[in-house]
Ligand binder design. Sequence first.
Ligand code: ARG
Length: 561
Amino acid sequence: MKNQIVNLLSQNIEVLTSEEISQLIEIPPKPEMGDFAFPCFRLAKSYHKAPPMIAQDLKESIGDQTFLSEIKVVGGYLNFYVDKAQYAQQIIDKYNNATDYGCSDQGKDKTICIDYSSPNVAKNFHVGHLRTTIIGNSLYKIFSKLGYKVVRINHLGDWGTQFGKLIVAYKKWGSREAVEEKGIEELMDIYVKFHEEAEKDDSLNDEARAWFLKMEQGDEEALEIWQWFRDISLKEFMRVYNILGMEFDSFAGESFYRDKTADVIKRLTDDGLLKESQGAMIVPLDEYDMPPCIVAKKDGSSIYATRDLAAILYRKATYNFDRCLYVTGLEQKLHFAQVFKVIELMGNDYAKNLVHIPYGLVSLKSGKISSRKGNVIFAEDLLRESINKTTSIIEEKNPDIPDKEEVAKQVGIGAIIFNDLYNQRIKDVIFDWNKLLNFDGETGPYVQYTYARASSVLRKIGEVPDTIDYTLLTDEASIGLLKEIERYPQVIKDAAERYEPSVIARYSIDLAHAFNKFYHECQINVEDETTKYTRTNVVKIARYIIKDALSLLGIQCPEQM
Ligand code: ARG
C-alpha cells in the first residue's frame, strides 16, 4: 500500500521523484495518527506555501480512493488511513506470490569482493577480528540476497617483517615441540621475547630484516619455517570459522602477492609516480593532504601497502568486481585512503568502487572473560564461554528440549553476533554477558526465542490451509505485524546501501516485538476455524521472516529453546 500512496503522491508532486517521496513517508508512532504520513515541509520552498496548506491542496487533488478509508491534514503532515482489510490482503498476497520474499535482482550480473576477517598468522584471532568476521559475513549474506555475486576474501596477514623476527626468535629460543604443543600461544611468546631482547640488542632487528628478505627472495629454509607457522595458525583460525559456521572463497593473503609486488613497483615507476625518499620508494600524496604511501623499504622489500596495491590489481583482473569492500577497524582508515588514492593516480577509474568499511573497538566491561594469557582475549575462548553460559541458562529454563548442545551453540553464538551487529558498526561494542544473554532484552536470544515460539504455535496447529478472512486482521496488533512484514524488502536494501547490518538487527527486534504483541493480543488456537487459520497464516509468514532476517546476520534459529 505504501507504493500506492507513493504513486498517488508522485502524480501530484512534480518536484520530487517517487524514490524521494518513498523515503519521506513515515509510519506514525501511534495508529490514531494514521498508517502512513507524508511530511510536506520539504515542499514549502518550491511551492512558496506553508506546509499545512500544501497538505490540504494535496488532499484535495488526491480525492477519494477505494484503498484509503481517510486522509487527514494534521499540521504539515498528510496522514493516510488505509482500508485495513484490503491492506492485509495486499501484504499477504505479496508475500505469497514472491518466490523468495525480500530477494531482489538489484545485483544481477554484478560482483562484489568483500575482504574481511583477515587475521594475522602467528598472532591470536582476537575480538577485533571477530568483529570484521561477523560484519563481513553479514554483508556477504545481505548482498547475496540482493542478487550480487559475492567473493569472500580472507586477506590473511601472512607476510611481512614480523616473520623475519619470528624466525630469529624460533631459532634462538624456540623448540619444535613447544610450537607443536602450544601453537599460536607459543609463537606469540617467542615474538614477545624477541622484542624484549631486541631492546637490548638492536642487531637482532637486522637479523630479522635479513630473514624476511630471504623469504622474499625464495630462500628454502626461511619459507619452510614460515609455511609451518602459517599452517599451524590456519588450523586454529579454522576452528573459529567452524564454530561460527563461516566459509571463504579465497584465502589469498598477503603472501599470495609476494611475486606480484615487483610488477606494482614497475607500473608505478612507468607512470612516474614513484619517488625516492631516504632510500625508500614512496608515492607522495601531500597534494591530497596525506602522508606518502611507502611501497618499498630501503632494502627493497615490500610492505603492507605494496601487497594491498597488488591485491587490488589482481582482484580487478580476476573477478572484475563492481565494488571491493574492506572491513577493518577504523585505525586503518588512512592506510586505505592512501592505497585507493594510489590506485586512482595509476589511472584506474574503478578506484571509486573501493570502499573501506570501518568499525569501532570492542571493550570488555562487566564479568571476567576467561583468558588463556594475561589480557589477550582469543575469539575462540569468548565463543566457547558464551556457549557454556547458554548451556547453563538452558539447563535452568528448559532442560527437556531435544538437541540441547546444538541449541546452546546456536544461541550462544547468536548472542555474540547479535550484540556485535545491533549498534551501528562504527560504535564500540561492549561485552556484558548479562546483557547479551538476556532472553528478554534487545538480544539475539530474544529474537531466536520469538522464532521458537512461532514454531511451537505451528507445531500445535499442524497443517495450515490458506483459509484467510482479511477482515479479521484489522486490529492494531495484526496490522502492526503486517506493517513490519511489509517493511522487510526495503530494510534489506537500506542495510546494503549503508553497509550496515545493524539495520537488519534493529528490524528483527521490531518484528519480534510486533509478533509478540500479536501473539498476546490475538489468541491463535481458537475454536473458530476461520479465525484460527487466518491468524496462523500470519504466524507462518512472520516466522519465515524472523528466520530469514537472522540468517542475514549469520544467526541460526533453533525450533525449540
Ligand atoms: N591483517 C590485517 C589486520 O589484522 C587486516 C587486513 C585487511 N585487509 C587488507 N586487504 N588490508 O589488521
